[in-house]
Design a protein around this ligand. Structure first.
Ligand SMILES: Cc1cc2nc3c(=O)[nH]c(=O)nc-3n(C[C@H](O)[C@H](O)[C@H](O)COP(=O)(O)OP(=O)(O)OC[C@H]3O[C@@H](n4cnc5c(N)ncnc54)[C@H](O)[C@@H]3O)c2cc1C
Length: 461
């Protein structure tokens, strides 16, 4: 490696993925430049380049741990600034298959921060690093190469003056531009193969609105989350945000788009299997206009299967794998990738893209399997229903049913869903024994769709 081969790294995109990449690159490169088309610094609210940031975002337990490792004290700092925090299965109220899970103390913390708040905290930490700079309001146009398979920089253009491009030299370029990444097209233009893509078409939609509530549906809980399931395909995330404002993200799949008009939004909320949500918002004050975001498919780009790739170029975060967001995995997957990138940069003089992609593929497998298994539980979702998928979904129904009774089952489930334990941990003999001892999935106790004519009282334990 040349003397200056670790002079400057450029990160394309300053979202959560780009910020995490910049954090670990700052330990390995003399300088790091993060380029984004948005104004980032001083921005505390939603921004144009991250329209999904207006919708509910939760950081899984493993992500929380890695964020804390990379930014010590981050959690306490957010709590000190009024962000609610609590146990992810003890203080978040979860419904699966229309039934409330028994709360459980897991010791795994969850912060109820909006995406802009979380990103703002992380960004302030990254921008405080002495060797990290931001180039804002600049669109990334193209990669620049030496013509022999080595990336030497990127071409960018100021948002104010789109016509004039500017070349920025780099010893490493990391693409963290999210699910809209143009990397496959760039590779093709450079004469490389595009990566294969795995896709699960869910045609998912989120519609989100904020409310000032007149009564408290939470008690000691931070959030009320009926998760979509085949029997109850409409879902929601209803976190309180630390003042008297709550965010309600309604989710629908396969073209069932939660309406944006207030009347339709309320009716949709009324059809959820968590009646306390409708009861809380039916006379609440809406404080903003609703926004809808559609996600046609989960997309996993299989960069690890390529046999050739330009040198000094990596791909990161949603640009590699954009999950079905209802499982809350994207930011944690990016965090796992940042730990892998740190290890990779320590182990190799020169980043080896294909090896890096193989390393992160091993980390993406578990969350991808979890979300694919869940998605294929919906009969109308196209995909290969292997024996593993059929048996896995059958077992998960029993597990969720048992978790309505047994905190041990709830806690074990959230350790896997939070990416702390691998999915195989759900097959531990002790857990299987708990599942079958507490299985309430008998025909007579199967959940019934919510009655739309009346508002029921909140479920209690
Ligand atoms: C509706 C929804 C809800 C979600 N909920 C959760 C959740 O609960 N938990 C969770 O962990 N994850 C969730 N996710 C996923 C999560 O948002 C991402 O996985 C995570 O933010 C990492 O994304 P990223 O930084 O790789 O990409 P992004 O967040 O998309 O950021 C990409 C950045 O690149 C910039 N950019 C893109 N193209 C260009 C260009 N040409 N020029 C300049 N700049 C550019 C953008 O401005 C942006 O800042 C959700 C996603 C969606 C869609």
């Amino acid at each position: 490696m040349g003397a200056n081969a670790r002079e400057r790294a450029i990160v394309l995109g300053g979202g959560i993925g780009g910020l995490l990449a910049a954090r670990v690159l700052a330990d390995a490169y003399n300088s790091v430049l993060v380029v984004d088309r948005d104004q980032l610094t001083g921005t505390d609210g939603p921004r144009r380049g991250v329209p999904h940031g207006r919708h509910a975002h939760a950081l899984l337990a493993r992500g929380q741990q890695i964020f804390e490792e990379l930014f010590p004290g981050l959690h306490q700092q957010m709590v000190a600034e009024g962000v609610p925090s609590g146990d992810m299965a003890g203080n978040l109220r979860w419904y699966f298959n229309g039934r409330r899970l028994h709360p459980a103390q897991t010791g795994l913390e969850s912060v109820s921060a909006t995406r802009p708040v979380l990103e703002g905290h992380v960004r302030r930490r990254v921008s405080a690093l002495p060797n990290v700079e931001f180039l804002e309001q600049h669109a990334i146009r193209n990669l620049v190469t030496d013509g022999h398979g080595q990336v030497t920089g990127v071409e960018v253009a100021g948002e104010a003056n789109q016509s004039r491009g500017q070349v920025l030299d780099a010893d490493l370029v990391v693409d963290a531009t999210g699910r809209g990444s143009r990397m496959p097209a760039w590779l093709e233009e450079l004469g490389y193969a595009r990566p294969d893509e795995d896709r699960i078409k869910m045609d998912l939609a989120y519609t989100t609105r904020h409310f000032r509530l007149r009564r408290d549906p939470y008690g000691t809980d931070l959030s009320i989350n009926p998760v979509a399931s085949p029997a109850f395909p409409r879902g929601a995330f209803f976190p309180k945000l630390g003042n008297d404002i709550s965010m309600l993200s309604l989710t629908g799949i396969l073209g069932d788009v939660p309406p944006a008009d207030l009347e339709g939004f309320l009716e949709y909320a009324r059809s959820l299997p968590a009646p306390e949500i409708y009861a809380a918002i039916r006379d609440a004050e809406p404080v903003d206009d609703p926004v809808t975001f559609r996600i046609p498919a989960s997309v996993r780009r299989r960069y690890e299967l390529l046999t050739a790739f330009p040198s000094r170029l990596l791909v990161f975060g949603d640009a590699v794998c954009a999950f079905n967001p209802v499982y809350g995995q994207g930011m944690t997957a990016a965090a796992l990738q940042s730990v892998a990138l740190r290890g990779h940069l320590q182990a190799h003089d020169e980043p080896d893209a294909l090896r890096f992609f193989q390393q992160i593929a091993g980390l993406i497998d578990a969350p991808w399997d979890i979300s694919t298994l869940g998605d294929l539980g919906f009969p109308a979702v196209e995909g290969d229903r292997t024996l593993k998928v059929v048996v896995g979904n059958g077992y998960m129904s029993h597990l969720h049913a048992a978790a309505t009774n047994d905190p041990y089952v709830t806690a074990s489930f959230f350790r896997v869903a939070g990416l702390i334990d691998p999915p195989q941990a759900l097959m531990r003999p002790t857990l299987i024994a708990h599942v079958f001892r507490n299985d309430t999935l008998r025909p007579e106790s199967l959940p019934q769709p919510v009655e739309l004519e009346e508002t029921r009282e909140p479920a209690r334990h």
